[in-house]
Ligand binder design. Structure first.
Ligand code: FAD
Length: 465
């Protein structure tokens, strides 16, 4: 790989409107600080791209000098795929903008935007795009991986609302990928990760979402088996207006949770409902939470959608140690129930957690070969997160996560949501993510990035000639 010295950085500076930051510049440590504090990488330079011209110039620079290249969207990647040691980071953070078009009921979003930017702009029009559950996550990485959250059962994955994407390719050309233009690229972008180019803007279909009904139900940890056996039947049969992700956790030490519960190990479901499922009807549907065991806490409230989307931002802020792993599930058999109960009882730190995100409903109405996202038959996308503020606990949370995952994996469908792969775990794990779509993805990679310039991701190497 080529190196970037100060003279080279100087020539990049001349080419860009945005800032170039090297280890000698103020702001370097801030630039390399990402959401997961377990990641400590020292890139040779950051190219803060202000526009498409800057993105093209940065790609040309990396290509011509043989520099190792990473693309920085929102910086939320667990394994820190947005940073490379000694290489060049194409940083999209200046490209945070959102333009709602009420006439076509669509929204265009800059490649460096965060979910909160999108939620805020769309909410002003009583609209939303299904995405993830925290406002600080990047639209870029989340969308390219697929994207799931509270609205998935109702309106599908984030990629199911994607209408087109503007992309700078490895050879510097600039294209709009859509069903009619570069359809193979458009197919691959919807779930294939950052393998195919730098997306400078995304255009999404909007959906009518304003105020949502939010509920949180918490049960004591020793009731985890009964709750899971009830949840695995209840949720898939529930109307698509209702979503609810299951979690094992320690109860957060603040409102709305009553003080005696603070810090107690527990299991919980965080519910979100859209459409007509409000008020009395919601209470009626959620009366079922008493069935498995009396909840220790149950709370419902209407909330503007962006309020729900920011609910966890302060609970798990940037700067914590994170280690995560995931898998898809089409069932929660009794063996899996036992595993969840065991690791819930042995939660290593107050912030460590496991979530099962529903990916059924509207997400099932798209075929497994229609986009790169191959698990259209999964009911849940699971993630185990070992989390703690103290770097001294990094190994503890990593071990809990790996042990939990190893015991649970035999009950899974075999592959993980690409955005929940905890490290660059190699081709087998990536193949398991894409199942029957892998070979087509490798062929699209060969067509659009034959030299694998974009490899700081869950990499799909170009198919051989
Ligand atoms: C606290 C937390 C909560 C999360 N919750 C959810 C959730 O509810 N639902 C969900 O689906 N996922 C969730 N995720 C996972 C999230 O989708 C991934 O971490 C995702 O990669 C984050 O994207 P980013 O742009 O912030 O990350 P980055 O670290 O900036 O980038 C991640 C990858 O995407 C590539 N990339 C980013 N932007 C672009 C672009 N514009 N063009 C080309 N490549 C790009 C990068 O090169 C890198 O390979 C969560 C993550 C965290 C940390």
């Amino acid at each position: 790989m080529g190196t970037i010295d100060e003279a080279a950085a100087g020539s990049l500076r001349e080419a860009l409107r945005g800032r170039v930051i090297t280890p000698h510049d103020p702001g370097y440590d801030e630039a390399r600080t990402i959401y997961n504090a377990m990641i400590d990488r020292r890139p040779a330079a950051f190219a803060r791209c202000a526009d498409v011209a800057d993105v093209r110039a940065t790609i040309a620079f990396a290509r011509d000098r043989g520099a190792d290249l990473a693309v920085f969207g929102g910086g939320h990647s667990g394994p820190g795929l947005c940073l490379v040691d000694d290489g060049l980071v194409l940083d999209l953070t200046p490209m945070r903008w959102v333009r709602v078009d009420p006439e076509s009921d669509t929204v265009q979003v800059g490649g460096g935007s965060r979910l909160g930017d999108l939620d805020h702009a769309a909410h002003a029009f009583g609209r939303a795009v299904p995405s993830g559950i925290m406002s600080t996550t990047g639209v870029g990485g989340l969308t390219l991986g697929g994207g799931h959250g509270h609205l998935t059962r109702r309106y599908g994955l984030t990629i199911d609302s994607l209408l087109s994407a503007d992309v700078v390719l490895a050879d510097g050309s600039y294209v709009t990928a859509s069903p009619d233009n570069h359809p193979d690229l458009f197919w691959a972008l919807r779930g294939g990760g950052g393998n195919f180019g730098v997306v400078t803007s995304f255009t999404f279909q909007l959906h009518p979402v304003g105020t949502v009904g939010v509920a949180v139900t918490v049960w004591p940890v020793d009731r985890t088996p009964e709750v899971l056996r009830w949840y695995r039947e209840f949720l898939p049969a529930a109307p698509e207006e209702l979503s609810g992700f299951f979690a094992v956790l320690a109860v957060p030490p603040g409102p709305p949770f009553p003080e005696p519960l603070h810090g107690r190990k527990a299991c919980a479901v965080v519910w979100c409902c859209t459409g007509d499922l409000h008020g009395d009807r919601l209470e009626e549907v959620l009366a079922a939470v008493d069935e498995p065991a009396p909840p220790a806490f149950h709370f419902t409230t209407p909330m503007p959608y962006p309020g729900l989307q920011t609910m966890f931002d302060t609970l798990i802020p940037a700067g914590l140690q994170w280690y995560w792993r995931g898998d898809f599930f089409d069932a929660i058999p009794d063996g899996a129930v036992d595993v969840h109960h065991k690791y819930a009882e042995n939660l290593p730190t107050a912030l460590s957690t496991m979530h099962l995100y529903p990916v059924d409903g509207a997400a099932h109405r798209v075929g497994p070969g229609d986009t790169a996202w191959a698990y259209r038959d999964a009911l849940w996308s699971g993630v185990i997160g070992g989390i703690d503020p103290d770097p001294a606990n990094a190994e503890l949370v990593r071990e809990w996560c790996v042990d939990y995952w190893s015991d649970l994996h035999p009950h899974s469908m075999g592959g993980s949501y690409v955005n929940f792969i905890g490290e660059q775990e190699g081709t087998d794990r990536v193949r398991a993510t894409y199942r029957g779509n892998y070979d087509r993805l490798a062929a699209v990679k060969r067509a659009y990035d034959p030299d694998n310039l974009f490899h700081a991701n869950q990499n799909i190497p170009p198919a051989p000639e």
